[in-house]
Design a protein around this ligand. Structure first.
Ligand code: ADP
Ligand code: MG
Length: 374
């Protein structure tokens, strides 16, 4: 809740008793004084406001709010910490999301943030808020997926918290990882002249979501209809069960490559490009024709009358890695089947530009998800 004056009540050092202050707080809340709606500043605006007031006090805090993980100095190495929650009704709809897949995804999206720092995930803790709508079997199915992901990523589930919820399921995962001090990669290291690369293909998770939403509607209109999903396995899988690109991090190590900046694609390529550009104080030129969009994603996007490029730029949830590398390092990966060069880093004054297939120039703007509008 955003009630600035009520915050000041607690900061006031006066003679008023706590009881009087609480009464005032209660009254202000009733009257909605000085209320700023969350959707006017959005998720990133809110995080910026939190970060602006946050002062770290320990020299072991190397990187605080602002990157994919917090970075903590352990002496010989850096510890990486990140947390991401999946909330029913915001991130998933249990009409079509199997709980096993949901568990797997909750781990993947967290491991992906460790990958984005060039690190290795080792432990997770999980906090669940569960409504009594769920059975023991349902929660066991969720944990089947969680434990399968732990096995695949070689991560240990080491604790958590379980509590009740009145409004559905919330799965909060915190991941812990590590990275050698000279191998950590931030969002802030891109340099003019570097090559901009992205892994895998983009837009598939968003198109997969459109398919699931369509089949849900068909089912609701006529519950005797079977959902038609087989032919869309690839796209639906991208939405339901994303894989964190730890394989790429291992390859960087094997080939002796250190990206100059990196981020994982959770909110859409445009939003992630803007994060790197802002934090590295650079511009970028990106070529539409180089964006890796799978043929099937492309054709299905058109079926839905959505531009495939829009899906890649603004769809999100692909959990691929976006990174910049020096030209020398790029030479070592340029033939990699799943790494695509999509553009180049420029001086900040040049801004962020998408060059369309027809050669037209467009400013890149983020239209990522604003959860507060839902
Ligand atoms: P990602 O998409 O990589 O998970 P986010 O966009 O969620 O990253 O968060 C960006 C940065 O803001 C991260 O450093 C994250 O730890 C921090 N952050 C997000 N929400 C909060 C919050 N409520 N309080 C403090 N820091 C936050
Ligand atoms: Mg991230």
């Amino acid at each position: 809740m955003f009630r600035e004056r009520s915050v000041h009540i607690f900061q006031t050092k006066g003679s008023a008793s706590l009881q009087k202050r609480l009464f005032l707080y209660f009254k202000l809340n009733q009257n909605n004084v000085n209320r700023t709606e969350l959707n006017t500043i959005g998720e990133f605006g809110l995080i910026d406001r939190i970060a602006a007031k946050n002062q770290t006090q320990n020299s072991s805090t190397v990187k605080s709010i602002g990157d994919d993980c917090a970075v903590i100095d352990l002496g010989s190495e850096f510890l990486l910490v990140s947390t991401d929650s999946l909330v029913e009704g915001i991130h998933f709809d249990l009409t079509y999301v199997p709980l096993q897949h949901l568990g797997y995804k909750a781990v993947s999206v967290n491991v992906s943030d460790i990958a984005a720092m060039n690190g290795k995930a080792e432990q997770i803790v999980i906090s669940n808020a569960i409504s009594n709508r769920f059975s023991v079997e349902a929660i066991e199915a969720l944990y089947e997926g969680i434990l399968q992901a732990c096995k695949d990523y070689k991560v240990d589930l080491v604790g958590g918290d379980t509590t009740g919820s009145r409004s559905g399921l919330v799965i909060g995962v915190t991941v812990i990882g590590r990275v050698a001090k000279d191998k950590v990669v931030y969002r802030s290291g891109a340099k003019p002249g570097d090559v901009v690369c992205v892994t895998g293909d983009l837009g598939g998770a968003y198109v997969g979501l459109q398919i699931l939403e369509r089949e849900k509607q068909v089912y609701l209109d006529n519950p005797s209809m079977q959902p038609q999903l087989e032919e869309y396995d690839f796209l639906v899988g991208k939405q339901l069960r994303p894989i964190a690109r730890m394989d790429i991090i291992h390859e960087f190590k094997d080939k002796g490559i250190l990206p100059s900046s990196m981020i994982d694609v959770s909110d859409g390529l445009a939003s992630e490009l803007l994060h790197i550009a802002k934090q590295s104080n650079v511009g970028m030129t990106i070529f539409e024709e180089n964006l890796p969009i799978d043929n099937f994603t492309y054709e299905t996007a058109l079926e839905f009358k959505i531009g495939p490029t829009t899906c890649a730029m603004n769809g999100g949830e692909d959990y691929e890695l976006l990174f910049t590398v020096s030209k020398e390092d790029y030479e070592k990966i340029k033939n990699h089947a799943e790494i695509y060069s999509i553009g180049q880093v420029e001086e900040a004054e040049k801004g962020l530009t998408l060059v369309s297939k027809k050669g037209q120039l467009h400013d890149i703007q983020a239209q990522g998800w604003n959860h507060f509008n839902k």
